[in-house]
Design a protein around this ligand. Structure first.
Ligand code: ACO
Length: 334
């Protein structure tokens, strides 16, 4: 049985995209590819790339600061900070600990979540339960990635897809009767499909060595074709589950903010929910796939430009390595 004492409302959003850009034409000078191949298959024209010394924790802190400002929350009032990332600055400590110091979250408990492209929804699901049970009043949820650091820039089947960035939301305790807040979260995992999308080396099973470096075994490898099919099916299913758990129908959803992996995946998911693309927020053309950052970055843009308004029902839906998937329905507050 699910019980909640409070509702977790999204009180503020923020994002950060590094100024460095890499276009499809730039990529065509690095590997055997072209804008004509990349754009029709993915919807991507360019991506943001962090500079040397511009780390995941820096981008996460920048997005987190902006979210706190937009919520009118002081850093010291945050009691929980969860960072979703698969590209932390280093294996130890957690990226969230570095973010704590950079923002000044002196009173927050901080930890990371590793669920690849579903990471933001997993982190949102965990943090909202801290808020709903009354354990904390204010939480900061961040998705941040420097995918450029774990991408094989000689592999044309993956390097065309990824970009860097960070996005964040502030969750605040609200009364159950309050209009806005997280209405539902649904998540799923199938670890038997892990070999479809993985990084082989750099962990305890295969520590980094001269051999792993020379063989490029420390970068993302993917069976894109098979992932594509799993993505569409699982995103459609989990979105339906989250919408039903929110007590809504697909036609009640005002905006879909999906993970930005491939415009064709996004179109297929929208179609399965009978939702026109006009109701879908997409940044993929200029961001590529920023993994855990993609949903909060897209959300922040759509809030900032006035598309998402008070009273709107917003669906987040994602899919990624693991395999993992998740969806959440949020009613936007005033
Ligand atoms: N430029 C030119 N040709 C290419 C490129 C490229 N960048 N990449 C692959 N090709 C070639 C292949 O070699 C292949 O050639 P062949 O037929 O001679 O063997 C041909 O193009 C077709 O390759 P496919 O891999 O079948 O192409 P597909 O249409 O499936 O598109 C893509 C590939 C865009 C990667 C797609 O499969 C996709 O988007 N998959 C999902 C990716 C995803 O969502 N990942 C999950 C998130 S990532 C995370 O969680 C970290």
């Amino acid at each position: 049985m699910k019980t909640r004492l409070y509702r977790a409302a999204i009180a503020g959003t923020g994002s950060f995209l590094p100024s460095g850009r890499l276009t499809n034409d730039d990529l065509a000078k690095m590997v055997d590819t072209s804008d004509e191949w990349i754009f029709p298959r993915t919807g991507i024209r360019s991506r943001h790339i962090a500079g040397k010394g511009e780390n995941t924790s820096d981008m996460a802190a920048a997005a987190g600061r902006r979210a706190l400002e937009s919520a009118g929350v002081r850093p010291e009032d945050v009691q929980l900070a969860v960072v979703a990332t698969i590209s932390p600055d280093s294996p130890l400590p957690a990226c969230s600990c570095l973010v704590q110091t950079k923002i000044g979250l002196a009173n927050a408990t901080c930890f990371d979540i590793s669920a690849a492209c579903s990471g933001f929804i997993y982190a949102l699901d965990v943090a909202r339960q801290f808020v709903e049970t009354g354990a904390v009043e204010t939480a900061l949820v961040i998705g941040a990635e420097k995918m450029s650091a774990i991408t094989d820039w000689t592999d044309r089947t993956t390097c065309i897809l990824f970009g860097d960035g960070a996005g964040a939301v502030v969750l605040r305790r609200a009364e159950e009767e309050a209009g806005g807040g997280v209405l539902s979260c649904a998540t799923g995992t199938d670890g038997s499909l892990a070999p479809l999308l993985f990084i082989e080396a750099g962990g305890s099973a295969l520590p980094t060595s001269v051999e792993t470096l020379e063989a490029h075994r420390g970068f993302v490898k993917m069976d894109g074709h098979t992932i594509f099919k799993h993505a569409v099916r699982n995103m459609a299913n989990i979105a339906g589950k989250a919408i039903a758990e929110a007590g809504l129908k697909p036609s009640d959803i005002d905006w879909i903010v999906p993970h930005q992996a491939n415009i064709r995946i996004i179109q297929a998911v929208a179609k399965s929910l009978d939702t026109p693309m006009e109701k879908v927020v997409s940044t993929i053309e200029s961001t590529g796939n920023t993994t855990a950052a993609s949903i909060p970055v897209a959300l922040d843009l759509a809030v900032a430009d006035g598309r998402i308004k008070a009273g709107d029902n917003v669906l987040f839906v994602a899919f990624g390595a693991g395999l993992t998937w998740g969806a959440s329905v949020v009613r936007w507050g005033s």
